[in-house]
Design a protein around this ligand. Structure first.
Ligand code: GDP
Length: 286
């Protein structure tokens, strides 16, 4: 899904999320485990400040395990509850309800002491496009969608998704914008496939990706493209990969667009293994 974010759309998205927040107890902030900072909305802390929140590092199956562990440690140190999950297969999803119950214990105990009948925890999933919000809702729902929209006084029909007995989700997620004014963030989002190729210059994204791989995953890069050594500069590396894969134009020139498409496609399809494109250390240094 490609969404063009203009100031009007951003204001509307924010308004919609603020409205949904009134209905729920807790927010599940979905991010991409490969780029947990770059795949966040830049204003998320401010927007959801009124509610408890769990950060869900989704697509953990595609991320570098050792770095995901560093991120979980980073969030723990900051006192931010976080879990690594894979919404596609369902790995890690059981912990979501358990952790939500811990975080909301005080609120629900208070409600009980006032004689309020126990009810399920109500949650909202929030995230930028393509982080896996719909996949997670569908996975959790298992077809348990219940209509609760026709209560008197409810203007917009809100549907709730039951997740076991103890949790309910709003069936439509909160969609917020990424920090796209930061070029490095844009490159990371494009490399992981979160934003459509047409928006950014494909060759520039590939230059970022190749430089990153050269520095952080040199062996995987050499292995995948059968390179005996890694050139210092990125252009000869581009040339070498183009040549090896037959991305040649008439006259023998390297077809950089074709090479870029190929490199990005293979990264996104995990052909170079599980990769993470940012670490807590880099984030702290920045
Ligand atoms: P949304 O825009 O946030 O609702 O994102 P989607 O749910 O449409 O997911 C975007 C893409 O990511 C889809 O191709 C999903 O199949 C894929 N996806 C979502 N979650 C996971 C996951 O945990 N692991 C993997 N490998 N792919 C995922």
């Amino acid at each position: 899904m490609t969404i063009q974010w203009f100031p009007g759309h951003m204001a509307k998205a924010r308004r919609q999320v603020t409205e949904k927040l009134k209905l729920i107890d807790i927010v599940f902030e979905l991010v991409d485990a490969r780029i947990p900072m770059s795949s966040r909305n830049p204003m998320i802390d401010e927007i959801v400040s009124s509610k408890p929140r769990i950060v869900l590092l989704n697509k953990a199956d595609k991320a570098d395990d050792a770095i995901t562990k560093q991120w979980l440690e980073f969030f723990k140190e900051k006192g931010i509850p976080a879990l690594a999950i894979d919404a596609q297969t369902g790995t890690g999803l059981k912990q979501i309800t358990a952790l939500s119950k811990v975080l909301l214990k005080e609120k629900f105990d208070k409600m009980a002491s006032k004689g309020i009948k126990p009810r399920a925890i109500r949650a909202l999933i929030i995230g930028i496009p393509n982080v896996g919000k719909s996949t997670l809702i569908n996975r959790l729902a298992k077809k348990n969608i219940t209509k609760t929209g026709d209560r008197p006084g409810v203007t917009t029909a809100q549907q709730w998704v039951k997740v076991g007995q103890e949790l309910e989700l709003l069936d439509t997620p909160g969609i917020l914008w990424p920090k796209f004014e930061d070029q490095l963030v844009g490159f990371k989002l494009a490399t992981t496939g979160a934003i459509k190729d047409a928006i950014l210059n494909l060759q520039e994204v590939t230059v970022f990706a190749l430089n990153f791989l050269k520095e952080h995953y040199p062996k995987r890069l050499m292995g995948r493209f059968h390179l005996d050594e890694l050139p210092d500069e990125v252009v000869p590396l581009f040339d070498e990969i183009g040549k090896k894969r037959g991305c040649i134009m008439p006259g023998g020139y390297i077809d950089y667009d074709k090479t870029s498409e190929l490199v990005l496609r293979e990264i996104r399809a995990d052909k170079l293994g599980r990769l993470s494109f940012e670490t807590p250390k880099q984030f702290i240094e920045q």
